[in-house]
Design a protein around this ligand. Structure first.
Ligand SMILES: Cc1ncc(COP(=O)(O)O)c(C=O)c1O
Length: 449
């Protein structure tokens, strides 16, 4: 290939598809000290305490990463190696066709986590967590999953480390998304519907509500209870909501920073209305994206709007109350101060399972409470319509969760156009929608549920 051709292709690819190539970050970043105030203490009055339970079920290295000694935590080489092998860094895609279709002056970038082998960003933390569990000699990974994206990631990370995996999947999602189960089972995972008759907490729930659709709260309870029953050879892993998961996901924001810099595209320029947008369930793709930017938001060196897109099915940040609550239903996790729909809230069985949490994490809630984070609740149909627009313009079929962030971005661009702004908008494309075609079909084309 001549050097002219090479230069032309490089220019075309920079213009149309991806950012200039950047290196995988060597370290994760602990952004918790950059929060507006320290995280409030948890409440942990049950017996045994949630802290005791965590010490039994979670790998020690992960508990230490909840409060790392250093701000920058080196990524162990075996983890970095796997992250490169699965395709990190992922592209930052300028959505020019979407911009044209909207007729906007905003510059919209999509951080393409949908390209990862399990179809979502969840694999970033699953690989790290499986590494630490294996290092400690644990042989079985147990977890919960909503839409199935986290479960798929744990099943793959377990297989890559020669470990077994067991996944409790929210019952209504298991019915809606059978292919995610098939994928996990191909990798050797045991998959159960939650609430599950195989655990004491699941049996209690089913005795009270026999046709319980399940929720992340039921699935977390089932998974922790089951890990306790399996004993010390098993490790319980969380897909979101806790600091070590956020730490692993800071790869997202760190890569975006490097990619925007390589493109010579500053973000957070005063007066422009620049935005970082992500959907928010347990908050891990959101915190992973915005975490590395918080210091510059706090010290005023960037003027950046941070926006969480949630589902109207569980609108904690926009309509919930700020109170202590748990992410599980059986009292196996500590009570944290966060925006909540209340412990008895069972979200309707929408397709966007990854956003059906009843209680928001402490970090996301704190950012919201101190008005560093804006939030918008998006109705499922509007979200999937934004997803359809991105499919038709950019050729990308993104996950129903992601489409909530896309709808929010479309809205931000439209408002900027009304006021003459020209913002940079970065949207975290958290996952692929190829296994969610039925959801698109049922909601948009009126197919049978
Ligand atoms: C594709 C996708 N995006 C987003 C989410 C929401 O998770 P979080 O709020 O932790 O980023 C999920 C959760 O299952 C998901 O599967």
């Amino acid at each position: 290939m001549s050097s002219n051709t090479r230069a032309r292709l490089a220019a075309e690819s920079a213009e149309h598809l991806t950012s200039a190539p950047v290196e995988l970050p060597a370290r994760w970043y602990d952004f918790l000290p950059d929060l507006p105030v320290p995280l409030p203490p948890v409440r942990d009055e049950s017996s045994p305490s949630a802290a005791d339970i965590a010490r039994q079920v979670r790998p020690k290295a992960l508990l230490e990463q909840d409060r790392p000694a250093e701000r920058w935590v080196p990524i162990p080489e075996p983890v970095a190696d796997l992250l490169r092998r699965i395709g990190r860094p992922t592209p930052l895609h300028r959505a020019r066709s979407l911009e044209s279709a909207l007729g906007t002056r905003a510059r919209i970038y999509l951080k393409r986590e949908d390209v990862l082998p399990t179809g979502s960003f969840k694999l970033n933390s699953a690989i790290a967590q499986a590494h630490y569990a294996a290092e400690e000699g644990r042989t079985t990974l147990v977890t919960e999953t909503g839409a199935g994206q986290w479960g798929m990631s744990v099943a793959l990370a377990a297989a890559l480390h020669g470990l077994d995996s067991e996944v409790f999947m929210v019952r209504c999602s298991l019915d809606q998304k059978p292919y995610r189960r098939h994928y996990m089972e191909l990798l050797g995972a045991t998959v159960r519907a939650s609430p599950s008759p195989d655990t004491s907490v699941g049996r209690e729930l089913l005795a009270r509500v026999p046709d319980h659709p399940g929720s992340l709260g039921t699935a977390i309870s089932d998974a922790i209870r089951h890990t306790l029953d399996l004993g010390p050879a098993a490790a319980y892993l969380s897909g979101s909501g806790v600091p070590h998961v956020y730490l692993h996901q800071t790869l997202l924001g760190l890569e975006v920073q490097a990619q925007l810099e390589a493109l010579d595209e500053p973000v957070g320029v005063p007066g422009r209305g620049d935005h970082l947008i992500a959907c928010s369930g347990g908050g891990s793709n959101l915190c992973g994206l915005i975490g590395p930017f918080l210091a510059s938001v706090g010290d005023g060196s960037r003027e950046l709007r941070l926006l969480a897109a949630e589902s109207t099915a569980a609108p904690r940040l926009t309509a919930g109350s700020y109170r202590y609550g748990r992410s599980d239903l059986a009292g196996l996790t500590p009570e944290v101060l966060g925006y909540s729909m209340g412990p008895d809230f069972v979200p309707p069985p929408v397709h966007t399972a990854g956003l059906r949490n009843h209680h928001s994490s402490a970090a996301v809630s704190l950012l919201r409470h101190h008005r560093w984070l804006d939030a918008v609740a998006v109705e499922e149909r509007s979200a999937l319509e934004a997803g359809l627009l991105v499919l038709r313009t950019e050729g990308l079929l993104l996950a129903p969760e992601t489409t909530h962030a896309l709808a929010a971005a479309v809205d931000v661009a439209a408002r900027a156009d009304q006021t003459g702004g020209e913002p940079v908008i970065v949207v975290l494309a958290s996952g692929s929608g190829l296994l969610d075609l039925q959801s698109y079909h049922q909601v948009l084309a009126g197919g049978a549920r």
